[in-house]
Ligand binder design. Structure first.
Ligand SMILES: [Zn+2]
Length: 187
């Protein structure tokens, strides 16, 4: 698989859906054979990303490929891959309905929909940690145990999946669900 090409493709898709922008959000995937993480660069439109701009980071944390500077949230992605050896992709974004729960430092319950509850369970909210530091992912191991989505207190959302298609589908479903719950509570 061409990881950089795949990441550029799904990053463009995520921006087209309004889930990320040049300023907000980042996506990554991992080559489990080498341990290298492919991640979107800082402050670049994800709609226009070329495979050679995708940052490649080795297991020692050194950037070994990509013409741009790696996302400042690299530690968050690295922690997610360490927490879940079964995943192949991570999406971090600030989608509004789920992020509202993160801003309120509240877990998000998905009980109203039995099907989605099986997938998402209770989406846990992590404590606040400064952007770009290891504090941002404290508690992620517990929050992602058996669940694909976690909230980052006062910040946004992180979602993991088997691959980028899976992770993007999951975060989209979780955000749509949070939106539906918001509407339901006002009926
Ligand atoms: Zn963020």
């Amino acid at each position: 698989m061409n990881f950089a090409k795949e990441l550029a493709l799904f990053s463009a898709m995520a921006e087209k859906k309004g889930m990320v922008s040049s300023l907000e959000g980042n996506l990554s995937c991992i080559d489990r054979a080498t341990g290298n993480i492919y991640i979107t660069p800082s402050h670049k439109s994800k709609l226009l990303l070329q495979p050679d701009q995708i940052c490649v980071v080795n297991p020692a944390g050194e950037q070994i490929g990509g013409s741009e500077k790696k996302s400042s949230e690299y530690f968050l992605h690295e922690a997610a891959y360490k927490a879940r050896a079964d995943i192949g992709a991570v999406v971090h974004c600030h989608v509004p309905y789920l992020s509202a729960y993160a801003f309120a430092y509240r877990d998000f319950e998905t009980r109203a929909d039995t099907f989605l509850h099986q997938i998402f369970g209770t989406v846990k909210c992590l404590p606040y940690g400064d952007h770009g530091t290891h504090a941002i992912h404290q508690g992620i191991e517990e929050a992602l145990r058996g669940r694909p989505v976690a909230l980052l207190g006062g910040h946004g959302v992180v979602c993991v999946g088997a691959d980028l298609e899976d992770a993007l589908g999951l975060i989209e479903a979780a955000e749509n669900y949070a939106k539906t719950v918001f509407i339901k509570d006002r009926l």
